[in-house]
Design a protein around this ligand. Structure first.
Ligand SMILES: Nc1ncnc2c1ncn2[C@@H]1O[C@H](COP(=O)(O)OP(=O)(O)OP(=O)(O)O)[C@@H](O)[C@H]1O
Ligand code: SF4
Ligand SMILES: [Mg+2]
Length: 352
């Protein structure tokens, strides 16, 4: 049994189709002679029918352009959002069925922790670093104030490389890197089996990023946690994750082993994404692939049209009438595309 099994997970947000969207939809309806559009009843499909598994001790990278649903998916798994539909099976139980408001008291709560992009999101400005790290130990771990708690917080601070003398400081007295360490210490305090990390280093400068990433890599090995790691940076994902899930407008475009996916991307969107990363360009992918056209709207999207249609260099008529489903492609990845990139046959691959 996998640590985490996600089936057909969907999160739709109700939106008032105001401003430009209402204007556009109203114009279209008027042109079709259908009368005026009402302002409500519209849904933004942030995560749409996503399925994946995560094994114990495995790291899964979640990538894709801004607005594709990475944070929403991360928050669904960490049970900060309620799903619209679908199953989130964690350690054999459907935690998706427990409302987010009640999940704080669920027995799985200490086993899933989240590290946020902005450490300030998880740190109370009125709490010292010590209180922030002690908080989950007291609230969820049942520890009482005393010598044992003090020792545990000091051990956690040491584990994340936070000097003990900084424990008395408030967030505004700490640097970005130090706050990130407090956020990580807090998240690992209860030794969770799953750590959900939403762009944990993107608010930090490059040199601090590298230090924090090495810390995360080290902690993963020492504590045996699984990571769901959201990042814009494909090189970081390549460094930390064994498998990758590429999202595009709420759907999984491609998923597979990291090396396979970066070396031989099958989905046209993954190809464009990989081609934009100079350090991992190889062979015929040295040329950066530019995407023309406008992204489709995530509001009330047509369920029969590929989400990438209109921007995809390989799009054909079939893509506008049949949503591609995720299918295995040669090499071990899965891609949701009617025309995935053919992989080189073994004979060709030898001379590539
Ligand atoms: N509470 C909400 N209400 C309405 N729409 C939302 C809400 N939260 C997110 N969205 C929308 O859902 C979509 C996915 O947002 P999400 O934050 O998951 O994207 P993301 O991939 O994390 O983007 P980024 O890389 O910029 O962080 C976006 O269109 C966003 O505007
Ligand atoms: S199904 Fe068609 S539009 Fe969608 S990614 Fe594949 S080729 Fe492009
Ligand atoms: Mg995000």
């Amino acid at each position: 049994m996998s640590l985490l099994e996600v089936w057909d997970l969907t999160k739709k947000f109700p939106v008032q189709a105001g401003g430009a969207v209402a204007h556009l939809k109203g114009t279209l309806r008027r042109l079709r002679g259908e009368g005026l559009e009402t302002a409500d009843g519209h849904w933004l499909h942030a995560v749409d029918g996503v399925s994946f598994q995560l094994e114990r001790g495995e790291s899964l990278g979640l990538v894709g352009e801004s607005g594709c649903g990475k944070s929403t998916l991360a928050r669904l798994i960490a049970r900060l959002h309620d799903p619209t539909s679908g199953v989130i099976n964690f350690e054999g139980e459907d935690i998706g069925a427990v409302p987010a408001s009640r999940f704080v008291r669920a027995k799985q709560r200490p086993r899933i922790q989240m590290v946020f992009q902005d450490p300030d999101e998880s740190l109370n400005p009125a709490h010292t670093a010590f209180s922030s790290i002690a908080d989950p130990l007291r609230r969820l771990g049942g520890m009482r104030p005393g010598a044992a708690l003090l020792q545990r917080v000091e051990a956690l601070a040491a584990m994340v490389g936070l000097p003990g003398e900084l424990l008395a400081r408030f967030p505004h007295q700490l640097s970005g890197g130090q706050k990130a360490r407090v956020g990580i210490a807090r998240a690992i305090a209860l030794e969770p089996s799953l750590l959900v990390l939403d762009e944990p280093t993107s608010a930090l400068d490059v040199s601090v990023q590298a230090v924090i990433l090495h810390l995360l890599e080290d902690l993963k090995h020492r504590l045996g946690m699984s990571y769901l790691f959201v990042s814009h940076d494909l090189n970081v994902v390549r460094l930390l994750c064994q498998r990758v899930l590429v999202m595009y407008l709420g759907k999984v475009a491609e998923t597979g082993p990291t090396d396979e996916l970066f070396e031989r991307p099958a989905h046209p969107y993954t190809r464009a994404l990989v081609s934009a990363v100079p350090a991992i360009d190889a062979g015929d992918r040295k040329i950066r692939l530019h995407l023309a056209g406008e992204p489709r709207s995530p509001i009330d999207p047509d369920p029969n049209v590929c989400r990438f249609y209109g921007r995809c260099p390989k799009g054909e008529a079939r893509c506008a009438r049949e949503m591609p489903i995720l299918r295995r492609v040669p090499g071990g990845a899965e891609a949701a595309c009617h025309f995935p990139e053919p992989h080189p046959r073994p004979a060709e691959a030898r001379f590539a």
